[in-house]
Write a protein that binds this ligand. Sequence first.
Ligand code: DX5
Ligand code: ZN
Length: 216
Amino acid sequence: MSHLIAPSILASDFANLQSESEMLDKSNADWFHIDVMDGVFVPNISFGMPVIKAIKKFSNKPFDVHLMIVEPEKYINDFKSVGADILTVHYEACTHLHRTVQEIHNAGMKAGVALNPHTNINVLEDIIQDIDLVCLMSVNPGFGGQSFIENTYNKVSLLKEMITEKNTSTLIEIDGGVTSANARKLIDCGADVLVAGSFVFKSEDPTETISNLKTV
Ligand code: DX5
Ligand code: ZN
C-alpha cells in the first residue's frame, strides 16, 4: 500500500472552512485529520462536534478524528453522528482502553490509539490486534507548528516490527512536525499515514504541497 496523507485542518483558515475543505476534497489528500482538544488533556482548546458536522457537508473523504480529550468514551456516538470514520483516542486518557475500542467498533467506526512521545509502544502489545490504527505523536499534543521529535523514527521501526510479528493490518500514523524533510524516512521506517498541518496550510500552494507529500 502506498502511504496516505491526512492534512490537519487545525492549521487551516477557520474563517474559510468551506473553501479549505473543498480544497482538500479536490486535492490528493486521502483523509481529513481533525484535531479535537478539550483544554484538559492538552493545554489548548480547538473545536468540537458542530464544526465537524459543518465541514462534513463539503467532503467525501474519510474523517480521521483525533481526540485529545479526557473521557473520550463519553462522546463516541456523538462523533459518529457528526461524521467521524476513524476515531482515535489517547492511550493516556483511557483507563479501560479495550472497552473504549470495542465501543468505537460497535458504533461503526475504525478505532485508533494515539501515544504521546514519552509512551513506550510496548503498552500496545495486548491490544494491537484489536485496533485499526496507531497514531504516534511526533510532537507533544496540543499545538500545530511544533518541531518533529527525532526519537519517533525509532518508535515507528519498533511498532512496525510488532505489527509484522503479530500479523495484524494496523496502520501506523505519524502526527506532528511532518514535512517533506522527514516524510521519506518515516515511510521507510514503516509509517502508513502522514498527518501534516502547518506544512500544508502555511505553504504557498497547499494542493501542490499535498501532492508532493504523496509522491515523496
Ligand atoms: C497536535 C495535533 C496535530 C497537529 C499537527 O496536537 O494532533 O495533528 O495539527 O500539526 P503540524 O503538522 O503543524 O505539527
Ligand atoms: Zn492530530
